[in-house]
Write a protein that binds this ligand. Structure first.
Ligand code: URA
Length: 249
């Protein structure tokens, strides 16, 4: 298939605009910039980048953002019959073929949120991307909003950024800010690039502010926005490209 058609089909740009991208040297195939028009590529196998961002051409690959509600386990099935993400996938009629492990490969969740934690959870059947996103050496930045009891002191950000010793080793946040405060409670935002179990809850507990409600609002450049709890949405090419970039693909 011609490169400009492939780009148009992937939703990158109209065919005309795709031709301009190619002419401007902004498109590469298998690591080499392609400037000539009409270059034929195999969408199943070609590795195409636009402005350095990977464009996924394989239509069998699925990338979803879920706003996980509280009380739902981050698993695709549960032996004890507790409600889990796999149930939401089935109830929402999300590509059952993926869930059943059909020819396109199994859909899986990228990492976990605690059952009581809400917010952004990614699901994909792209093993290469998904496994890298979960691998500690590529830990992508994640943003959490936590509701805690009491008034958080002004120097909390400094303290959390300089690092806290937890029982399984030190942890430091990349960023911290007070989002809101009301009598007796505060809302704070923490940015971390690590994924140890219960890390945000343990961190805030350690500094004397146990978490009452926790929501993950971003993973890298993918944001939860106003997506409703329990709903899935497909990621767009820019979001997929940013995830690829963040794990060096
Ligand atoms: N930190 C937590 O404490 N819980 C989560 O679900 C994610 C990060």
């Amino acid at each position: 298939m011609r490169l400009q058609k492939v780009l148009a089909q992937a939703g990158v740009a109209s065919r005309r605009a795709a031709e301009e991208l190619i002419a401007a040297g902004r498109v590469s195939v298998d690591g080499k910039v392609v400037r000539e028009m009409g270059r034929r590529v195999d969408p199943e196998t070609a590795v195409v980048h636009v402005d350095g961002s990977r464009i996924v051409l394989n239509e069998d690959l699925v990338y979803l953002a879920l706003n996980k509600p509280a009380g739902i386990l981050s698993s695709m099935s549960d032996d004890l019959g507790r409600r889990c993400v796999g149930d939401l996938v089935v109830e929402r009629g999300i590509v059952e073929e993926h869930f059943e492990g059909g020819s396109r490969g199994r859909l899986f969740h990228v990492g976990r949120l605690d059952a009581e934690t809400e917010g952004l959870l990614l699901l994909t059947n792209d093993g290469e991307l998904g496994h890298r996103l979960m691998h500690p050496s590529y830990e992508v930045e994640k943003v959490y909003v936590a509701e805690v009891q009491g008034q958080v002191p002004r120097d909390m950000g400094k303290r959390l950024r300089s690092g806290i010793e937890l029982e399984d080793g030190p942890v430091a946040v990349d960023a911290f800010r007070l989002v809101d405060s009301a009598p007796g409670k505060s809302m704070v935002e923490l940015t971390l690039h690590e994924g140890r179990k219960h890390v945000v809850r343990r961190l805030m507990e350690h500094v004397g502010f146990p978490v009452q409600r926790l929501v993950r609002t971003a993973i890298g450049e993918v944001r939860l926005g106003d997506q409703r709890p329990g709903r899935f949405r497909p990621l767009n090419q820019q979001e997929i490209g940013s995830l690829y970039r963040s794990v060096g693909l």
